[in-house]
Design a protein around this ligand. Structure first.
Ligand code: ZN
Length: 239
């Protein structure tokens, strides 16, 4: 935990000009400082450009359709632009902004864990498919090698193609599993049947909601409850 010094307390972070889920951020939010709710994580990490230790906010469209995780900076932009339609949950982060030149009052923003934004809507059947990355794949498989069943660090895992690419296997969620180096090299260019290495679980394509749960290690209770209520009614790991 960072010491509570004046230097930390006055750390300032300019919001980049960018687009948030189709909503154009057209002006900068100057001189925002995170003071409350994040102290336990240490402001020093923000000052180094690290946001991962701070809770990310779950963004929805105004109809309640789930969009994506957003940083507290992007969330602050939505509040300042009056683009927040409604919110769920008690405030989880308080951000202090600049001082009013006339009355000396400091602006304060209370950010909520779940934020529905105006100006962008997604149809209920149009959830995106998660991109297949090694990080997402290893998270899907709970950092287990699906051949030997042992747990590994991310650096010790590989992406194994169940039906090898050399045999026409595709690089898709349904044909890839996490495998340790040893099992991957032992299996080589063979199928699990040919290698006598049965899979411990059937590979599957995570839904967008599953992907959101797997891709954030700091999910708040309100967010987790909301996401779980939107999980598809299936249990692909039960096989
Ligand atoms: Zn293994």
């Amino acid at each position: 935990m960072e010491p509570d010094t004046d230097q930390n307390r006055t750390a300032q972070h300019r919001i980049p000009r960018k687009r948030v889920h189709g909503i154009a951020i057209t002006r900068d939010v100057p001189d925002l400082v995170v003071l409350d709710g994040s102290r336990a994580h240490g402001l020093g990490e923000i000052r180094k450009g690290r946001e991962s230790a701070h809770p990310r906010l779950l963004s929805l469209d105004a109809h309640g359709h789930i969009l994506d995780w957003i940083s507290w900076q992007d969330a602050a932009c939505l509040y300042v632009r009056d683009a927040v339609a409604w919110t769920l949950g008690d405030p989880c982060l308080t951000i202090h902004g600049g001082y009013n030149r006339h009355n000396g009052a400091q602006s304060v923003l209370d950010l909520h864990p779940i934020i529905a934004a105006r100006g962008h809507a997604r149809g209920p059947g149009l959830m995106p498919s998660p991109a297949l990355t090694n990080a997402a794949l290893f998270a899907r498989d709970a950092y287990l090698c699906l051949y030997c069943g042992d747990e590994f660090h991310r650096q010790q895992l590989t992406r194994d193609h169940v039906l090898p690419v050399s045999r026409g296997g595709r690089d898709v969620w349904e044909n890839v599993v996490s495998a340790c180096f040893h099992c991957n090299s032992r299996k080589g260019g063979r199928t699990p049947q040919q290698a006598g290495m049965p899979l411990l679980a059937v590979p599957y394509r995570p839904s967008w909601v599953e992907h959101l749960i797997l891709s954030n290690r700091h999910i708040l209770a309100d967010q987790m409850a909301f996401l779980k209520s939107h999980l598809p009614r299936r249990n692909p790991r039960a096989a």
